[in-house]
Design a binder for this molecule. Structure first.
Ligand code: CTP
Ligand code: MG
Length: 225
């Protein structure tokens, strides 16, 4: 099956409160976006990438990805789902069957997790996502607890998320046009009634979100070697 990857990198990183969007902060000598791109290419160094960028992005041109012949930058959108859809529309369905969608802000993805996602989706014959089991006891309510939520079947949705290109593109298009709340690719496929596999992945595949996540990511990177 011919594979490509989409990287939404058009966000502004408001929760990070940095002087630039978080995907362009440096980690061990290169940008977080470059780490995330390399991470999703671990099993296939020439994997075609479509990267969604903000309209006025002055940082991408300075990355090594800008000169990569297998990288196609496209204009992102208002929400993450709009950016992903724009990137999917740049892919040629006669060339690509399956697509990995991986956050620009997830530099710590490991090859073993990527391989497990590909293998299990292939075996099941459907799309799937990396996910990690929730660890804490979960409560619904506020300020008073209404009840404790059954934790054993709750997961954190991570990326990459792997789907057949055309069904994903259609599901995203339809869900967005009907005003559904779409926060990841799986939610669009769920909305469309398509099966999605949960594939257990490492909990250190964090999305850089808040300032303290940078030091944590640096620590994990060092540990990975
Ligand atoms: N993203 C995107 N287009 C948007 C919004 C987000 O491509 N309109 C991307 C981000 O660049 C990031 C990924 O989606 O790689 C996950 O989103 P998130 O962690 O929420 O990043 P930001 O939206 O940039 O951060 P914040 O929500 O704190 O502003
Ligand atoms: Mg966001």
């Amino acid at each position: 099956k011919r594979l490509a990857a989409v990287i939404p990198a058009a966000g502004i990183g408001s929760r990070m409160q940095a002087e630039r969007p978080k995907q362009y902060l440096q980690l061990h000598g290169r940008s977080i976006l470059e780490h995330s791109a390399a991470a999703v290419r671990q099993l296939q160094p020439d994997l075609p990438l479509v990267i969604a960028l903000a309209a006025d992005d002055p940082y991408f041109a300075a990355t090594a990805l800008a000169a990569d012949p297998n990288v196609q930058p496209v204009l992102g959108g208002r929400e993450r789902a709009d950016s992903v859809l724009a990137a999917l529309q740049a892919l040629d369905a006669s060339q690509v069957d399956w697509v990995l969608v991986h956050d620009a802000a997830r530099p710590l993805l490991q090859g073993t997790d990527l391989q497990r996602l590909l293998t299990q989706c292939q075996q099941a014959g459907c799309g799937g996502i990396l996910a990690s089991p929730v660890r804490d006891t979960m409560k619904r309510g506020g300020p008073r607890i209404e009840h404790t939520v059954e934790r054993s079947r709750l997961w954190h949705a991570l990326t990459p998320q792997l789907f057949p290109l055309l069904p994903l593109r259609q599901a995203l298009q339809d869900a967005l046009s009907q005003g559904a709340t779409i926060t990841d690719e799986a939610s669009a496929m769920e909305w469309a009634g398509q099966p999605v596999l949960l594939v257990e992945g490492r909990s250190d595949n964090i999305k850089i979100t808040q300032p303290e996540d940078l030091a944590l990511a640096a620590f994990y990177l060092e540990k990975q070697g």
